[in-house]
Design a protein around this ligand. Structure first.
Ligand SMILES: Nc1ncnc2c1ncn2[C@@H]1O[C@H](COP(=O)(O)OP(=O)(O)OP(=O)(O)O)[C@@H](O)[C@H]1O
Length: 254
């Protein structure tokens, strides 16, 4: 494993119970401070790839190895890796009736035992959460219920929550899918700045090619569960895009 790699996939394959081959022999490493974007048509395997990186989906073949943790075989290794992995979702998955601050504090729960997490979290966690809200420009909304925030603000709370985990790896599955173009730019720019300044390795899935080229340091093109392009945005040409977006699904035809 490369010394700057945060996580490494070695010939990882995922076959779902229904026989669908979602990933086939994927090998790649994500490095500190790298902002990588995975592109692919619907069903190409983007979400499966993201979920395999923290074993929300177990690989059928191959292995996932994490810096300072090793191979994700033991439950203790997986717990540590998940604690250090921030996740951002398309629908942000916040608790809407809770304040922004309370949602961000959820990012600190993995640092406490189950029993301790039932009590108000220590002052240090509250300060970390407030600092994360400040980083995403929402300190003045700390006590506002999330349901009263705009879509872009809600996604920024989701970023603050992930950041509160003090992650080494950030995974974002279509984080701008439900945002207007202005909010989408703000969210991607913010996420990129934070990951770069903290040295966090990031992998995002996007459907918007232009955003991927503008913000990504690296593009990973998936088609039918295989990596068919892995390089800088400037090296991504029409023939790669044709291959990424025109490959047929491997799903069995009934
Ligand atoms: N839980 C599941 N059980 C069975 N098959 C699944 C499951 N989840 C995904 N698949 C299949 O695996 C393949 C890859 O799906 P995945 O969700 O990873 O693709 P994707 O690139 O993220 O698609 P989209 O852009 O539409 O979200 C698809 O053929 C999908 O139908």
């Amino acid at each position: 494993m490369d010394t700057s790699a945060v996580v490494s996939l070695d010939r990882v394959g995922v076959v779902y119970d229904n026989g669908v081959v979602a990933l086939e022999s994927v090998s790649l490493q994500l490095k500190r401070g790298e902002f990588a974007i995975v592109l692919g048509s619907s069903g190409a395997g983007k979400s499966t790839l993201l979920r395999t990186l923290n074993h929300l989906r177990l690989p059928t073949h191959g292995k996932v190895t994490v810096e300072g943790v090793g191979e994700l075989t033991k439950p203790s290794a997986l717990r540590l890796h998940r604690k250090r992995t921030g996740m951002i979702f398309q629908q942000h998955q916040l608790i809407e009736r809770y304040s922004a601050l309370k949602n961000v504090l959820m990012g600190r729960l993995a640092y406490h035992s189950f029993w301790k997490s039932l009590l108000p979290l220590p002052k240090l966690d509250q300060l970390i959460a407030l600092d994360c809200l400040k980083r995403v420009g929402l300190i003045d909304k700390a006590l506002t219920p999330v349901k009263s925030l705009s879509g872009g603000q809600q996604q920024r709370v989701g970023i603050a929550r992930a950041l509160a985990q003090k992650p080494r790896l950030m995974l974002a599955d279509e984080p701008i899918a439900s945002l207007d173009p202005t909010s989408a730019h703000q969210v991607l720019a913010l996420l990129r700045d934070i990951c770069k300044s903290e040295g966090i390795a990031a992998l995002l899935s996007l459907h918007q090619l232009e955003f991927a080229k503008q913000y990504g340091d690296r593009i990973i093109g998936l088609a039918n569960g295989r990596v068919i392009f892995d390089g800088s945005p400037s090296a991504l040409h029409h023939q790669h895009l044709d291959e990424i977006y025109t490959k047929r699904s491997l799903e069995p035809v009934m």
